[in-house]
Design a protein around this ligand. Structure first.
Ligand code: NAD
Length: 277
């Protein structure tokens, strides 16, 4: 078999994949098991589709959406992948621990975890907030929810000696959008970005941790934002438009796959160039 190494680099860790003669094979998820939070719609749903297309053996979707029709559609589309829907609110630490434990027991191993569930909010000026509810709700889903997932999957990855965690941050982790005021969202997503780097260092002996920072993506998340506001944003995006959810799939597939065995603590911005300006 062809080797991609032309030099003796010492003992490779146990989780290094068998060297493949075909680079494209490294992007496949054949025989692997993955968990995706927020997979019932939007970006998480499209990542689910992409992972199934890449040959995933087991997929567990975690979401709190009542409508499971999308999951049934996915199951019909990919009969070779065992797809389960796991109802859970990621804001609740105990629920998250329980559901990840059940999925682990069911699948035996978990190779990939995508912590993607999130909400957006137009906060308005932070200084005008009369109570702390809005702040807590956004931070509870977008940062604490990611932390609860990371903590539980980290223990499984440590015991397995392998695993890839991909977390959804945002361009809002890097920049502040004007005039849209969303301090809580920005702070939570910046937290995800730095949590990713911190865990990448802490878990380096046994797992990889990376983040994806999407720009403006056409999903129901941003339905509450007025059209004229959105059009202003597109006009200052170098690509001049909103992105489609499927334009994120390559990033999520790459980071999850064995094509990225030396990639950890990285953030992949998929934002049409927004943060480059
Ligand atoms: P979406 O609203 O279409 O989908 C989010 C999914 O997460 C839904 O299925 C929802 O039910 C689920 N979810 C929300 N709160 C949950 C909770 N507490 N417990 C369990 N499930 C929960 O949104 P999307 O655009 O697909 O967003 C996915 C991720 O991408 C989010 O983290 C979001 O912040 C991030 N993001 C989106 C954009 C964008 O423009 N769409 C840009 C940057 C980052």
């Amino acid at each position: 078999a062809t080797s991609y190494c032309n030099k003796d680099i010492g003992n490779l860790p146990a989780q290094f994949p068998s060297l493949s003669p075909n680079i494209l094979d490294l992007f496949l998820l054949t025989g692997k098991s993955a968990v995706i939070t927020g997979g019932a719609r939007g970006i998480g749903y499209v990542i689910s589709e992409a992972y199934c297309q890449a040959g995933l053996k087991n997929l567990a979707i975690i979401d709190y959406a009542a409508n499971v029709l999308n999951i049934e559609k996915l199951q019909a589309q990919f009969p070779k992948t065992n797809i389960t829907y796991n109802h859970c609110d990621v804001r609740k630490s105990d629920e998250v621990a329980k559901v990840i434990g059940e999925i682990h027991q069911n699948f035996g191993e978990i190779d990939i975890f995508v912590a993607n569930a999130g909400i957006a909010w137009t906060d308005g000026p932070l200084i005008d907030q009369d109570n702390d509810d809005l702040w807590h709700n956004v931070v509870n889903v977008d940062l604490n929810g990611v932390y609860y997932c990371a903590k539980n999957i980290g223990r499984i990855f440590r015991d397995q000696g392998k695993g890839s965690l991909v977390m959804t941050a945002s361009m809002s982790a890097h920049i502040v959008n004007v005039p849209q005021l969303q301090a809580a969202y920005n702070a939570a997503k910046a937290g995800v970005l730095h949590l990713g780097k911190s865990l990448a260092v802490e878990w380096a002996p046994f797992a990889r941790v990376n983040t994806v920072s999407p720009g403006y993506i056409a999903t129901e998340l941003s339905d509450f934002i007025p059209e004229d506001q959105k059009n202003k944003w597109y006009s200052i995006t170098p690509k001049g438009r909103q992105g489609l959810p499927r334009e994120l799939c390559g990033a999520y597939l790459y980071l999850a796959s064995d094509a990225a065995t030396f990639v950890t603590g990285a953030d992949l911005r998929v934002d049409g160039g927004y943060c480059a300006v």
